[in-house]
Design a protein around this ligand. Structure first.
Ligand code: MN
Length: 228
């Protein structure tokens, strides 16, 4: 046993539908991966290669848990996304081989302190504090690709207090799952336990304390949280 001078941190993990637990190493997120969302954020979706940012693994919030409204923000936005879980690592993975590296999928929310993100963008500063704060990554049960396959189309939807806020189709991703894995694994060596939040469709908006968020990804599952 290592001679740790403090207690080592717990390993973040997410429950798997049907039993078991998936240990999480890193959480990557793809920015502006649906054209209509890229446009609403003021950029040109046709010219940008995919780009990535990260959240700490302990920012994950398990399904049905309450999400505390974060400090230092008055503009907490929802971003409904499909999450890809990497089971087999690698560098420079070819798009044609990429799906063999995927263990499973989940529905997730990339919660964003939009006011802090916008201020950082304006000043050319990092997004981390707008994106990677405590409990900023609610996530549903993970489902194995061995059971559901690799969804490339299907409804992605978020309801807030029972009303539809975001609705789109997985087929509208600018960079699909194999392409995002190919790009990302050219930047870093992917490892088992890595998650990739695959981007949100349009109509991101603010939530308030008390709001109930219920997201679904067709063929994958759901994610639910209440803002408190
Ligand atoms: Mn996002």
């Amino acid at each position: 046993m290592a001679d740790y001078v403090i207690s080592p941190p717990a390993i973040s993990s997410i429950p798997v539908a049907g039993g078991g637990s998936f240990p999480v190493r890193r959480v990557f997120c793809v920015g502006r991966n649906y054209a209509e969302h890229a446009r609403e954020m003021g950029s040109d979706p046709d010219r940008e290669p995919p780009f990535f940012f990260m959240k700490p693994a302990d920012a994950l919030l398990l399904n049905d848990a309450d999400m505390p409204y974060p400090p230092q923000s008055t503009q907490l936005h929802h971003e409904m996304e499909m999450v890809v879980a990497i089971g087999v690592g690698g560098a420079n993975i070819a798009a044609a081989d990429a799906l063999s590296h995927v263990w499973g999928y989940a529905a997730g929310l990339d919660m964003t302190r939009r006011d802090l993100q916008n201020a950082a963008k304006k000043e050319g500063k990092p997004w981390d504090m707008g994106k990677g704060f405590d409990w900023s990554a609610p996530i549903g049960l993970l489902v194995p690709a061995s059971k559901i396959g690799h969804p490339s189309k299907g409804l992605i939807e978020l309801k807030v207090n029972g009303k539809v806020r975001q609705t789109s189709d997985l087929s509208k991703m600018i960079w699909d799952v194999p392409e995002m894995i190919a790009y990302l694994s050219g930047l870093v060596t992917l490892a088992p336990g890595d998650l990739i939040y695959s981007g949100t469709p349009e109509n991101v908006a603010a939530v308030e304390r008390g709001d109930l968020l219920e997201g679904t990804v067709e063929g994958v599952g759901s994610v639910t949280t209440r803002i408190v």
